[in-house]
Design a protein. Sequence first.
Length: 685
Amino acid sequence: MPVQSEVRRSVCALDCPDCCALLVNIEDGKATRLRGDPEHPITRGFLCAKVTRYLDREYHPERLLYPQRRAGAKGEGRFERIGWDEALDTVAARLRETAERYEPESILPYSYAGTMGYLQGSGMDRRFFHRLGASRLDRTVCSMAGMAGATEALGLRYGTEPEQFAHSKLIIAWGANILGTNVHLWPFIVEARRKGARFYTIDPVRTRAAHTADRHFEIYPGSDLALALGLMHVILRDGLEDKDYVARYTEGIDALRRRAAEYPPERVAALTGIPAADIEMLAREYATTRPAAIRLNYGVQRSDRGGRAVRAIASLPALTGAWRDVGGGFQLSTSHAFQVNRAALERPDLQKKSPLGREARVINMIELGKVLEETANPGIHAMVVYNSNPAAIAPNQRRVMRGLGREDLFTVVLEQFQTDTADFADILLPATTFLEHTDAYFAYGHHYLQMAHAVVPPPGEAKSNVEVFRLLAERMGFDDACFRETEEEMIRGLLASGHKFLDGITYERLEAERSVRLNVAHNGDPFLPFAEGGFGTPSGRCEFGAEVLEYAPPVESRLGAWADGRYPLEMVSSKNDDSMNSTFGNRDDVDRQTSAAWLNPGDAAARGVVTGDQVRVFNARGSCLVRAEVTGDVRAGVVRVPAVRWPKHSPGRQGVNVLVDDRVTDIGGGPVFFSCLVEVEKCGD
Ligand SMILES: Nc1nc2c(c(=O)[nH]1)N[C@H]1C(S)=C(S)[C@@H](COP(=O)(O)OP(=O)(O)OC[C@H]3O[C@@H](n4cnc5c(=O)[nH]c(N)nc54)[C@H](O)[C@@H]3O)O[C@H]1N2
Ligand SMILES: Nc1nc2c(c(=O)[nH]1)N[C@H]1C(S)=C(S)[C@@H](COP(=O)(O)OP(=O)(O)OC[C@H]3O[C@@H](n4cnc5c(=O)[nH]c(N)nc54)[C@H](O)[C@@H]3O)O[C@H]1N2
Ligand SMILES: [Mo]
């Protein structure tokens, strides 16, 4: 028999700025090869290591295939197979009962970015929970602090296109692990460097990108606001600002001058650990090199002053006029340019039809542990988890686990794999992967809107999130037409926003082209969002906001309010290069990578620790056993634990997030993963 063979197009749905276009070889209905689309302007024919191997995950023997019901204790992970009808009937009955007995707000949806697809990530699910009147989730765990800071400065969170980095003469990767988390920006940086650009990194960790950099600035975690103010100090002191740009398009320069005057390089050196001469040099080069681009990623904002640090950094290109240039400016995220019709997609108006008849309360997802402990107003009695693994990724893990372990909490989990969170489910439902369902995709590192259909059938009885919430809506008796919409109708709805960036981008065009550049500029011209002002702030100008930019060290840092010498090291649990948060945590090699603590040679020697030793990383919240890796790639005083290991693989089921507090950032309500004091000790020989 001849083998039926063809190549189909897909899109990688993992939570990454690059949102790659994929080509999938299909033979006899099975995917046999996955490649980056060579014709996609950003993917450019290559994939990261983890997605190159994605078919191992797709066809992994541990994929969840059938609906299951809990058969053991909470968290134990023992289940028995049931049918879809029984599973859905049980879920619908329990949700209805919970809503009636307590209030609809005692039901909590919990989801994040397992898939970046619009429909599977924030489509039918949102409609369902709005109609039900469930508590709403503030999805803060990743980027809200930075978004809040960028919004304060710029109003519109637009960013420099990746393609333009090829034209830069100075590129600063600021808290951005580009080769690990955003590798499709790299070719543009390589091209710029070939043409003479310099490339600098600012990070407490010497990442692989930092190893190749012309200069690496070893900063203490959470001190970036001080550094930004130090740079502003030098720029303004020496008159290096773009006076014309500042006068025309910014607000608050006088107050900024006064604020920056308080941060001379010597003071900033003491706060950041970066020598004063380096601060002078960096400021001068940044202000006098054109074009200059800053790639800020989310590392900086996972700290107490993270939101305002982003505000200050996002203001730098307005001070120097870097927004004027092709290849200049700033990129934190490009996602705001995807001006789709969110209301049509998520239908917040359905809340009026819920038993509450009003907007439901909002719960900050990083406070999950706390919220599950509370019993009043009303307490949470049912939870539906999808696209997320809170038992591994949420801060204050012990508290989260305690909450998930509550016998009286009814928990539904939609998952592809048996994660720690899945272990706590009462009803566990098998979910499809992006190769098995239809979706449309924005990106947060480029400006191409994409669409993909299923390229292979789901294994076993797996269903997409859209399908599960559609079926649940039917069982709950929600008869609004939107619950019967097809994927195609949902995509048509989200495209119909009337925003000029989506002009002419129709379903038909997406179907034909699969990846379409937003109309961010005419005729494919470079997108220069703020070359002539046009900020989205109340004043229409870049708002420096000096009055709120006073720097204070993170409370958990060597200079911070909680420092008392007991836990002298600052822990950064930054992203692991070869995985994706806790996704892929079932892989042995990923488990090894994420069960290590990187220690500076001086800090290791002081504790009698050598590479390979078992060490305990601990603080008052808990402790976590890992293997020591002694390396100059992490600055003195800092320990790095690559995130995120599956807790169930750790002794005592304590992952790195037992160490992390669940307090929130200055603005945006974000987490403080990278402001965490710990001590490290060698475990018995
Ligand atoms: N391979 C891989 N890729 C990923 C992910 C993954 O887990 N693995 N996760 C995806 C997700 S969800 C996200 S949000 C993005 C995040 O992408 P990034 O923001 O690039 O990743 P992070 O590890 O959060 O932080 C970036 C860098 O900031 C540094 N850093 C930590 N604290 C500070 C600080 O206070 N100041 C400065 N200047 N630097 C600091 C870290 O050491 C790290 O090298 O990556 C996405 N891509
Ligand atoms: N210590 C520490 N903790 C962190 C971070 C850190 O840097 N350090 N990073 C934080 C950040 S930035 C983020 S974004 C969060 C990420 O937290 P999460 O968004 O929870 O990310 P993952 O851990 O990758 O878990 C996603 C889960 O979704 C599942 N999934 C994927 N696609 C689908 C689908 O279509 N349907 C369903 N039902 N499930 C699907 C996957 O199998 C996976 O188990 O973690 C945060 N936690
Ligand atoms: Mo994230």
